[in-house]
Write a protein that binds this ligand. Structure first.
Ligand code: UDP
Length: 344
């Protein structure tokens, strides 16, 4: 019999791509989302790609009674918990909103899991927990020391990791896999789902594609005097479809009988690319010239980080293998589709 996975935040950027991969791997999916930063039409994109329309529940997971009532209507085997507020800047302005949304929803789900005999949860964490690793700790492994978060958003990732750990250590009858993502980018190759724009982008890739489209005038590369080969910051950019597949592998593993109660995996490519390399690769892969300039450093930016993903490669049997050129082309195709659809 097919297993059923509850994907919270399933109409979001990573959630929608993961829903597609879960369906294609033979799982039933129920999406729970309050559409605070996504659109219901995403379901249509998922259906076009997979031929299957996942169940959709419009729900605020901070409402425990509503969440309980929803869980009573399905037989859920596992949960992938994406739903969270995620804008770093906004979290500095509205810390309590971030603590309430991101922490209450997790606590509610964890409390409800045993009640509904739900065995496993995959939690979306972030390499932000590592802060700026010491040079000798690069690429960063899962046991690298954590550093104090620089924003309430980052802190909710750290706190939620701690909550899961404390709960499982208390003997709770659940298991969890925590995935620490590096920088998710790109869109499904069909261009039927992708990252929905929400105001002026903060992240590099939407900024690049919107500049290439002429929506934004110019990209500013924040700083070219860092201690890196070309002076610009380095990140581990992971294709969202590869990232989605990591969730399928993690879900399959967490629901197996003989695996550990709690595991952590870095999910990245294992490779670092500088901001300048991203810009140059984008130009080369798409043939579109980008109007860019160098500006001052962005406050709070990490200089360089990339992941050692050997653990995920060996234990999950998963590897990010999409070439960067293809990933950047997918992001550009998505931007062209947004234009075609009159979104922007
Ligand atoms: N970046 C940039 N210009 C922009 C947006 C981002 O130079 O308009 C750089 C940023 O300084 C960082 C990298 O691109 O070095 C990735 O930034 P993003 O915000 O996407 O991810 P994060 O900093 O959270 O890893």
């Amino acid at each position: 019999m097919k297993q059923t996975i509850l994907v919270t935040g399933g109409t979001g950027f990573i959630g929608s791509h993961t829903t597609v991969e879960l369906i294609q791997a033979g799982y039933n999916v129920v999406i729970a989302d309050n559409l605070s930063n996504s659109k219901r039409e995403v379901i249509g994109g998922i259906k076009k790609i997979t031929g299957i329309e996942p169940a959709f529940e419009f729900i605020d997971l901070c409402n425990k009674e509503a969440t309980r009532e929803m869980l009573q209507r399905y037989r859920i085997d596992g949960i992938i918990h994406f739903a969270a507020s995620k804008a770093v800047g906004e979290s500095v302005e509205k810390p309590l909103m971030y603590y309430r949304n991101n922490i209450t929803s997790l606590v509610n789900l964890l409390e409800l899991m045993p009640e509904h005999n739900i065995k496993g949860v995959i939690f979306s964490s972030s390499c932000t927990v590592y802060g700026q690793p010491r040079p000798e700790n690069l690429p960063v492994t899962e046991d690298a020391p954590h550093q104090k978060a620089t924003s309430p958003y980052g802190n909710t990732k750290e706190i939620n990791e701690q909550i899961i750990q404390d709960y499982i250590h208390s003997g709770a009858p659940i298991k969890s896999i925590v995935l620490r993502y590096f920088n998710p980018i790109g869109a499904h190759p069909s261009a039927l789902i992708g990252e929905l724009p929400n105001g002026k982008p903060n992240n590099l890739i939407p900024y690049v594609t919107q500049t290439a489209m002429g929506i934004l005038e110019q990209l500013t590369i924040f700083g070219n005097d860092y201690d890196t080969p070309d002076g610009t910051c380095i990140r581990d950019y992971i294709y969202v479809v590869d990232l989605a597949k990591a969730h399928v592998a993690a879900m399959t593993r967490v629901l197996k009988k003989d695996t550990a109660a709690l595991e952590y995996f870095n999910i990245g490519t294992g490779r670092g690319n500088s901001t300048r390399e991203i810009v140059e690769t984008f130009e080369k892969a798409t043939g579109v010239k980008l109007n860019y300039t160098y500006g001052p450093r962005r406050a709070g930016d990490i200089e360089k980080i990339w992941g050692d993903c050997t653990k995920a490669n060996t234990i999950l049997g998963w590897k990010a293998d999409t070439p960067l050129e293809d990933v950047l082309v997918s992001a550009w195709k998505w931007q062209l589709k947004l234009r075609e659809d009159g979104v922007m």
